[in-house]
Design a protein around this ligand. Structure first.
Ligand SMILES: [Zn+2]
Length: 145
């Protein structure tokens, strides 16, 4: 996620706002090194837990990292526990392309949406709306995908 180095400094308030929304829909936020090599963030859909590497605060990419994982959370709600693409009408910006082209199949579709939202200027509003839209009525609780 090197493109994020060019990003605006993250707003702590916005980070906390999104964190609160995610938690209200039953997602646990875990500040530790994610169990996937090279990732700053990860959604563990089996345990409904979002991993955020504490390093992102030093790197100044905490907000877009959480936005990215929040898109995966919306995909999780939409697929009722099994992440599914939302079918967004947004066009992925060229700058984001190299980050999802290394994935294949379903994972590529999921990552394309996450990277596309992550680089939008209004990403915070976008992802919070997606969470409200797809997670509001999904009373999933803790269950295996
Ligand atoms: Zn991702």
């Amino acid at each position: 996620m090197l493109l994020l180095a060019l990003d605006i400094p993250p707003s702590q308030t916005e980070f906390l706002q999104l964190k609160t929304v995610l938690q209200s829909y039953g997602f646990a936020i875990h500040f530790d090194v994610p169990p996937e090599r090279g990732a700053y963030g990860l959604l563990d859909s089996r345990h409904k837990t979002i991993w955020i590497d504490p390093l992102v605060f030093d790197l100044g990419i905490a907000q877009p990292t959480l936005v990215h994982e929040a898109v995966h959370a919306a995909q999780y709600c939409y697929g009722k526990g099994k992440p599914q693409p939302l079918g967004l009408s947004l066009e992925p910006p060229a700058i984001a392309r190299r980050f999802f082209l290394r994935y294949e199949g379903l994972r590529r579709q999921l990552e394309t949406e996450a990277y596309t939202i992550q680089v939008q200027p209004d990403r915070l509003d976008l992802v919070i709306n997606l969470l409200h839209k797809y997670c509001k009525n999904s009373h999933l609780g803790q269950q295996n995908g």
